[in-house]
Ligand binder design. Structure first.
Ligand code: GLA
Length: 383
């Protein structure tokens, strides 16, 4: 298949009989470690994928925004009056939400005609939603010459998703789609929004991150995600802290003693996961890849046992990858399906992928897909 950038440009030219003013892209992402920590003011360590959503666009004199999705094969049109959360739904809620969030922030995005094409798998936990928001945002900011510096863009895209689409996500995915740098993982403090680009050239060390898409159907994603977030907020209030970020490892036993069983386990995950992110950054900086692997596997156990966001397919993929020689493995993303990351010696990627496929077949699961991921850059104009 031709890349999304080429398809966006070609479909634009075919539909409108003219070339777009430009083409903008934003990537999907995986999260190396730091799950469900972002909305607890904690730490995350994602990197962007080479899988891109592309937007070909041109300003429009109609005063409205027209967005065509190549994959859906449908077009949505909306004007300023339609920019009320809930008015536009389906895939078009993401671009409409971005226009709304820009307006809400006092900016005036230019009316435009946009064509979207995607190479980011949908429903796989690889943040296709954030990639769509950030590609549209980047296009509109550029087309309109809007005063919105890069560091402020993730929160505008997040606001589109929280307040317009209605998904109470944190800021990790939009930050990854916007701020990532090729060859690096993005270490983000979700409270201060400080970032550091951590060199992550695993190939140079003979290692690879194998992404295994379990193709497990996502179950209860929205409701369970919101429930986890609500439990964290209740625990925060009970502990009298601003966010679970403020509970340190030393305070943990005392804090946990004050919570009920569910809140105790959710809190333990968040607090220990924050520490695992810090330890992973130190391990990457120290070139300690076995250490990174151990932290990934510990993170998975915490998501499975304490946060309870895994499903049999992802647990099976992790166990099988480890048994086949992976140095570490964990689910990535919000949970309840999606992808597993395995840290694998570069010459073992095919063997690990085959082992997982074999176990899935034996257990009657849908066939998984696997690819090696190298860290890509964030949203940008490419033409
Ligand atoms: C989803 C959300 C993110 C983050 C992850 C879990 O991807 O969009 O904000 O909370 O889940 O780490």
């Amino acid at each position: 298949m031709t890349p999304s950038t080429e398809r966006a440009r070609r479909v634009y030219a075919e539909r409108y009989d003219t070339q777009p003013a430009g083409v903008w892209v934003a990537p999907g992402r995986v999260n190396l470690i730091g799950e469900h920590t972002d909305y607890n003011d904690g730490f995350v360590l994602p990197f962007a994928l080479p899988h891109l959503i592309a937007v070909a666009a041109e300003p429009s004199s109609t005063g409205r925004w027209t967005v065509y999705s190549e994959s859906a094969g449908t077009e949505a049109t909306f004007g300023v009056d339609d920019l009320v959360p809930g008015t536009v739904d389906g895939w078009a809620a993401y671009p409409a939400g971005v226009v709304w969030a820009l307006h809400d922030g006092g900016l005036r995005p230019p009316p435009a005609r946009l064509v979207v094409a995607s190479d980011v798998p949908v429903g796989a936990g690889l943040s296709s939603s954030a990639a769509l928001e950030c590609a549209v945002l980047t296009a509109l900011v550029d087309l309109g010459g809007l005063d919105l510096p890069l560091p402020r863009r993730p929160s505008v895209a997040q606001r589109a998703e929280n307040a317009y689409v209605g998904m109470p996500c944190g800021i990790m995915d939009q930050s990854a789609a916007t701020l990532c740098r090729a060859g690096h993982a993005l270490f983000l403090d979700c409270r201060s929004l400080d970032i550091a680009h951590i060199p992550c050239d695993l190939a140079a060390d003979g290692t690879a991150v194998l992404v295994i898409n379990t193709n497990a159907p996502h179950r209860h994603v929205g409701g369970e995600y919101a429930a986890r977030r609500a439990t964290c907020e209740t625990a925060t209030a009970q502990l009298g802290v601003a966010a679970l970020r403020d509970v340190g490892l030393d305070d943990l036993p005392r804090a946990l003693a004050r919570l009920d069983d569910v809140a105790r386990r959710r809190t333990r995950h968040v607090v220990t996961e924050n520490q695992r992110v810090l330890d992973t950054v130190a391990a990457l900086r120290g070139n300690d890849l076995p250490g990174v692997g151990r932290l990934m596997t510990a993170s998975h156990a915490s998501m499975r046992d304490d946060y309870e966001i895994t499903v049999p397919e992802v647990d099976t993929a992790v166990e099988t990858a480890l048994a086949a020689g992976a140095r570490g493995a964990r689910m990535t993303g919000g949970g309840f399906g999606g992808c597993v990351l395995a840290l694998v010696d570069a010459d073992r990627t095919a063997a690990v992928a085959a082992a997982v496929a074999g176990t899935f077949a034996a257990r009657g699961f849908a066939a998984p897909e696997a690819f090696v991921a190298t860290p890509h850059g964030g949203a940008t104009r490419i033409a």
